[in-house]
Structures are given as structure tokens and as C-alpha cells.
Design a protein around this ligand. Structure first.
Ligand SMILES: NC(=O)c1ccc[n+]([C@@H]2O[C@H](COP(=O)([O-])OP(=O)(O)OC[C@H]3O[C@@H](n4cnc5c(N)ncnc54)[C@H](O)[C@@H]3O)[C@@H](O)[C@H]2O)c1
Length: 274
């Protein structure tokens, strides 16, 4: 994925005036988002992940794309309140505000039935996927409420990364499914609560995407092939397709949209709904 060029699309200046914060930006969907925001004119990127060296790889890829925004890196965990508070303070100190926040950091959980799952797996999954998004939203909204309106006359815009597991029922990973349903619920609650404050909140629900979450997840080949063939489009979603949806919802083209959970899933939700 790192070798793929993202410079084949026409560049726009859609995000020229936006300060964009992305969590989980060292890999997969978050890394692709960072590159696409830069490609579309963003000059102020605040990238968050656990590992600084991996974040530096994202910054290097942006440069390799021939793009030179101001990129600020922050290594910290979204599951840790003091870290999230510090991350927001740091972003505001450097860039003065946050226009678009992409709360995308996440982890997958072991495939197990509820009565066989460990509490350690449940706690780990929910601490990043649910608590992490809650904490990010908590401090992002507090900051956005203080801001003057900017992009599309809004104070701010948030896009969370949920999952098809938060949209449909996939019974093989109940902690993951629960954590992603929670992301959808947080999105909808905060969207309604803050719609009149000029803050939009949306989420995307990707189907399986061939990122390190899957490729390094030690999944059996059989499962991988089955996942592909089961999808109505018979393929994985590309990280770039998810990133495109995030840019659309987060930016000025999504200005009338709040509280949606947009599946980006090669049609998976059509067959997995019950
Ligand atoms: N890959 C898929 O098939 C798929 C499908 C649906 C939803 N998603 C969701 O998309 C999002 C991005 O996943 P991806 O596929 O790009 O996976 P990925 O593993 O490539 O990237 C996830 C990133 O999140 C970071 N991260 C994990 N815990 C963190 C923490 N506590 N604090 C800060 N950063 C942390 C990781 O270090 C990693 O860089 C996740 O929320 C995931 O649940 C992925």
C-alpha cells in the first residue's frame, strides 16, 4: 500500500483553510486520509498514533507525493484521557483550532463467541474503539464550541470510523461489534446535540479493507477468500475509498449532512443485515 501513488487524482484546494486532525494516522485508512487531505490542499495536518516512527512514515509518504503541508505528529493513546486532552491542547497550541477531526484509530478483536471471549480482549477492544472515540469527541467538541465558524460556516466537523460490524450483526466478534455499534451511537447522539452549535458529526462503516488490521491479523487464507467472495462486489474495499468518504463527510461537500453512518463496504450491508 505504501508504494501506491495518490497523485493520479486531480488536486483540489478544498481543504486549503482547514486544520485536520486524524487518529490512527500511521497506517491503513488513517494514513490514506492524511495523504488525501494533503492532496486536496490541506496545509495543516495533525497526525496521531501510538508510534512516532510510524507516523514519520506517513509524513514521508506525503512528501513523496510532492506535497508539503505543515505536519505535526503526536504519539499517544486515544484510550488514555490525559493523552487525548494533551493531544487536543497541543493541536490548538500549534494550529489555533481544529476544523475536521477524523477519529479513526481502532483495533480488531479476537474472533470468539461471547462466552469464550476473554475480558482482556473485551476491555482492550472497547478501550480503543469506544472509549477512544468518546474521549476524542469529548475534547474535540469542547474545543470546537469555542471556535468561530470557518469551513462551510461550521465551527467544526467530526468523522468517526465505525465498521460494517457497527452497522450489521456479525456474530463472530461480539466485543468488536459492540464497540463499533457504540461508535455509531456516539456519532448520532453528538450529531443531534450539536447540530445547532455548528458542529457536524458523522461516521463511516467500512467493510473489509486490506490494511495491516487484516493483512497482519493472522487470518486464515480460507477466511480471507470467503470474505472476498461473499461481498456483492467480490472484492475488498480500498483504503482510499474509505478515505474519500471521510473527506466528503468531513469537508464542505458534506455541509448538509450530520448524524449519518455511511457504509463503504462493496455492498456487504445488503447481505449481512438481519
Ligand atoms: N481494515 C478493515 O477491514 C476495517 C473494516 C472496518 C472498520 N475498520 C476500522 O478502520 C479504522 C482504521 O483501521 P485500519 O484498517 O486502517 O487498521 P490499521 O491497523 O492499519 O490502522 C489502525 C491504526 O490505529 C492505531 N491505533 C491503535 N490503537 C491506538 C490507540 N490506542 N491510540 C492511537 N492509535 C491507535 C494503530 O497503531 C494503527 O496505526 C479502525 O477504527 C478499524 O476498526 C477497519
Amino acid at each position: 500500500m505504501a508504494d501506491q501513488s495518490y497523485t493520479d487524482k486531480p488536486r483540489t484546494s478544498e481543504f486549503a483553510n482547514a486544520v485536520v486532525l486524524i487518529t490512527g494516522a500511521a497506517s491503513g485508512i488513517g494514513q490514506t486520509c492524511a495523504r488525501l487531505f494533503a492532496l486536496n490542499g490541506c496545509q495543516k495536518l495533525f497526525l496521531v498514533d501510538l508510534s512516532r516512527p510510524k507516523l514519520e512514515t506517513t509524513a514521508a509518504l506525503i512528501e513523496r507525493d510532492g506535497l508539503y503541508p505543515q505536519v505535526e505528529l503526536y504519539d499517544g493513546s486515544v484510550a488514555d484521557e490525559s493523552s487525548v486532552k494533551d493531544m487536543i491542547d497541543h493541536c490548538v497550541e500549534v494550529f489555533g483550532r481544529i476544523d475536521i477531526a477524523c477519529n479513526n484509530a481502532g483495533v480488531s478483536s479476537m474472533s470468539a463467541r461471547t462466552h469464550e471471549a476473554t475480558m482482556a480482549d473485551f476491555d482492550f477492544t472497547c478501550s480503543v474503539n469506544e472509549r477512544g472515540v468518546f474521549l476524542c469527541e469529548k475534547y474535540e467538541i469542547a474545543q470546537m464550541l469555542q471556535q468561530t465558524p470557518s469551513i462551510a460556516n461550521q465551527k467544526g466537523s467530526i468523522v468517526n470510523t465505525a465498521s460494517i460490524a457497527g452497522h450489521c450483526i456479525i456474530p463472530t466478534a461480539s466485543p468488536y461489534g459492540a464497540s463499533k455499534h457504540a461508535v455509531v451511537a456516539l456519532t448520532r447522539c453528538d450529531a443531534l446535540r450539536h447540530i445547532q452549535d455548528g458542529i457536524r458529526v458523522n461516521c463511516v462503516s467500512p467493510g473489509p479493507v486490506w490494511t495491516p488490521m487484516l493483512s497482519e491479523g493472522g487470518l486464515p487464507e480460507e477466511f480471507i477468500q470467503l470474505t472476498k467472495t461473499m461481498a456483492p462486489m467480490h472484492r475488498f474495499v480500498e483504503a482510499r475509498e474509505v478515505a474519500d468518504a471521510i473527506l466528503f463527510l468531513g469537508g464542505p461537500r458534506g455541509s448538509a449532512i450530520s448524524g449519518v453512518n455511511l457504509p463503504v463496504d462493496c455492498g456487504n450491508q445488503l447481505i449481512r443485515s438481519i
